[in-house]
Write a protein that binds this ligand. Structure first.
Ligand code: FES
Length: 167
């Protein structure tokens, strides 16, 4: 039997508040998807359908928005989602070396997830922290002014955390 998704009462309250902040229901889609991501842990087809039904907008529109932006945690993403900024400031300050190092350490290229499901790697557009380039976002945290040693340390820390069962 298919599981029916539903926002918790507290998330539904946040959603209803959001609707008061935007001129149209559809205009509140981006923050509503954030709520769905937080509530359900990821955005896959069932979550997109739920949001579309809730907001009374076509599922294809929701799909288009989710797949346009890289910022949502899509279904199948690893426990640790490493997003390396590849826009100008970061590119000039070595973001490609950061990506190369992560690729060497994890054996995946951008767009892939390790077989163990622990790490996903993405190259993304500007994350708004250009003055601390090169930088990456790991789940909700920024790691800035990165050196290759920092990248190595981060990966080791995440591996240790995974062994210990913490975030
Ligand atoms: S260019 Fe990388 S954060 Fe803006």
């Amino acid at each position: 039997m298919a599981v029916t998704l539903s926002f918790s009462p507290s998330t539904m309250k946040q959603y209803e508040w959001l609707l008061t902040r935007y001129p149209t229901r559809r205009a509140a889609l981006l923050p509503t998807l954030r709520l769905a991501e937080s509530e359900f842990g990821e955005i896959g087809v069932p979550e997109m359908r739920y949001v579309a039904d809730l907001m009374e907008i076509p599922p294809a529109f929701v799909f288009g928005v989710v797949t346009f932006y890289t910022h949502y945690r899509r279904a199948g993403t690893g426990k640790y989602h490493i997003q390396v900024c590849s826009t100008l400031s970061c590119a000039l300050r070595g973001s490609e070396d950061v990506v190369t190092r992560i690729t060497e350490r994890l054996g995946i290229v951008p767009g892939e997830t390790t077989d163990c499901g622990l790490f996903s790697l993405s190259k993304v557009e500007c994350l708004g922290s250009c003055d601390t380039a090169p930088m990456l976002q790991m789940n909700d945290d920024y790691h800035e002014d990165l050196s290759i040693d920092d990248v190595d340390q981060l990966i080791e820390q995440l591996r240790e955390s995974a062994k210990g069962g913490s975030n």
